[in-house]
Design a protein around this ligand. Structure first.
Ligand code: ADP
Length: 264
């Protein structure tokens, strides 16, 4: 699949100098296609709320002009559409920032125990609204990984929020922080599991693709952008950590983050 070599030859002092450039054209075509699919998807996702906003503006200028009650209702919907666009733009910006620093290794020492307790506290109002309980199990001593604190907050916020949103109403979300091997220093694992409807097997490998949703309408109604797990994947790659998903339809899902042993 390697494209023919392009050679640029020059002559200097009787000896030939060659500069060869190799390019895998099928790979670069695939990247171009991915980029243009991404732009098309992002534009479509932004256009939908925008079209709805224009529609309501026209209605408020015309038929609903004198109807205060209808105007209040429409303003509520317009506010929700504007919030949806803001969430999308924020997620797009996060992705583009992460791409820019893809090759820079984060260096903070982050204790995951207070970080996860803090996220769980901040998600309590959402969990209560959805009737979900969040249970945390973590060792008493610090569990430290090398990373970027804000990005790790984004990872676990996304996973715990998804477990609350897509899990079972009245159900339980369990978050466990644990060592990943038998020996001290083997690395760390964090599992976020729910007892919701689970994810059919064929969808699991595609969950971290940008804009991939198992159920588009359900995701929209739960204020999803379809970018959360793509952001998680980018952040974890930068942290040399892995995301492993186990899900059983009718039983629930387990999203597990595995951090490697610290580099000594
Ligand atoms: P969204 O912004 O739509 O929530 P994500 O990238 O975070 O996007 O997740 C992608 C899709 O994966 C979601 O739309 C949902 O269909 C599915 N998903 C994520 N987490 C869970 C979960 N815990 N249980 C069931 N489905 C999930």
């Amino acid at each position: 699949r390697v494209a023919p070599m392009t050679g640029i030859a020059g002559m200097k002092g009787g000896s030939e100098l060659y500069m060869l450039t190799f390019r895998d054209q099928s790979e670069s075509r695939r990247m171009d296609r991915m980029r243009s699919d991404f732009i098309a998807n992002a534009s479509h996702e932004l256009r939908t709320p925008l079209a709805s906003l224009f529609g309501f503006i026209e209605t408020m200028r015309g038929p609903a002009r004198e109807d205060a009650e209808a105007r209040d209702r429409f303003l509520g919907i317009m506010h929700e559409q504007a919030s949806r666009m803001t969430r999308l733009v924020d997620d797009l910006l996060s992705l583009s920032r992460l791409e820019l620093k893809a090759h820079v290794m984060p260096t903070d020492n982050v204790d995951l125990v207070p970080l996860i307790n803090h996220i769980s506290d901040s998600l309590k109002p959402l969990a209560e609204e959805l009737g979900v309980g969040i249970q945390i199990s973590a060792p008493d001593q610090p569990v430290v990984v090398t990373g970027d604190r804000d990005e790790l907050v984004q990872v676990f916020e996304n996973l715990i929020e998804n477990a609350c949103k897509y899990g079972q109403s009245g159900g339980q979300v369990r978050v466990s922080v644990m060592p990943s091997g038998e020996n001290d220093g083997d690395g760390v694992e964090v599992s976020v599991s729910d007892n919701g409807p689970g994810i059919p097997r064929e969808h699991v490998p595609r969950l971290t693709e940008r804009f991939y949703r198992v159920n588009v309408e359900a995701s929209r109604s739960k204020k999803g952008t379809g970018l959360g797990l793509a952001i998680v994947k980018h952040i974890l790659t930068r942290h040399r950590a892995r995301l492993i998903v186990h899900s059983t339809v009718g039983k629930g899902s387990d999203f597990r983050v595995k951090f490697g042993a610290p580099q000594r």
